[in-house]
Design a protein around this ligand. Structure first.
Ligand SMILES: [Fe+2]
Ligand SMILES: [Fe+2]
Length: 219
């Protein structure tokens, strides 16, 4: 049972700001990513494991969520960012990994080739794929493999968010293993999948309610 907790004005304001930001991110994902979210590829993405413990779908959601959050911070510093391109680029960046074992003969080939393949998938899903989104997808692996460095702020944002999310996936996986709470990952997967099926892009892909609770208590 959660202990009674007195929420000070400043804590309430911080919580409300966070909730408001989360809602704004959700609506940006829904608005700019609607073609991707409605695609069969995105549904398929929730059935394929990625980074050991996550799925391609969960990972792309986390990357999109974190990328938009970084964009908000940049806008506060009066740096212009193209959020629609970031959303599309982030949601599509790893879709070239779908069917990975049939498409690629080795992990190395998958790492090297999936960005180009993701661009091809994105072009099939999105009617007019913005040039910037294409660049974001094509260069997201930098500095790994033989990827060229991003040539826009948006590309750099998604590339950084991708590494952050990948590390988080693996670390969280080891926590799951250590504690033996094996249903944790599955529970989150089912929850996000249900949200997608309802057509709701959820920032909850970031964290479970329990985690948010714990994290809020840390601050
Ligand atoms: Fe990737
Ligand atoms: Fe990725």
């Amino acid at each position: 049972m959660r202990l009674p907790y007195y929420e000070s004005t400043i804590h309430r304001q911080i919580r409300e700001k966070r909730e408001d930001r989360k809602e704004r991110i959700k609506s940006d994902l829904q608005e700019y990513g609607k073609e991707v979210l409605a695609s069969d590829e995105m549904k398929q993405a929730f059935d394929q494991t990625h980074h050991q413990w996550a799925t391609v779908g969960e990972h792309t959601f986390r990357v999109a969520f974190s990328s938009v959050m970084i964009c908000y911070a940049l806008r506060k510093m009066n740096i212009k960012v193209n959020i629609p391109a970031v959303v599309i680029g982030a949601l599509c960046h790893d879709l070239g990994m779908l069917g990975r074992s049939d498409k690629y003969s080795s992990d190395k080939e998958a790492v090297l080739e999936h960005p180009k393949e993701s661009v091809a998938v994105a072009k099939e899903i999105v009617d007019e794929l913005p040039e910037k989104a294409e660049e974001i997808i094509e260069r997201h692996m930098w500095p790994l493999g033989d990827s060229k460095a991003p040539n826009s702020i948006e590309g750099a944002v998604v590339s950084v968010a991708d590494k952050y999310s990948a590390v988080k996936d693996v670390v969280r996986g080891s926590e799951v293993k250590k504690t033996g709470v094996r249903n944790y990952v599955k529970g989150e997967r089912d929850r996000i999948k249900k949200a997608i099926q309802k057509g709701i892009a959820t920032g909850g892909a970031e964290k479970t309610g329990k985690e948010n609770e714990n994290e809020d208590q840390k601050h």
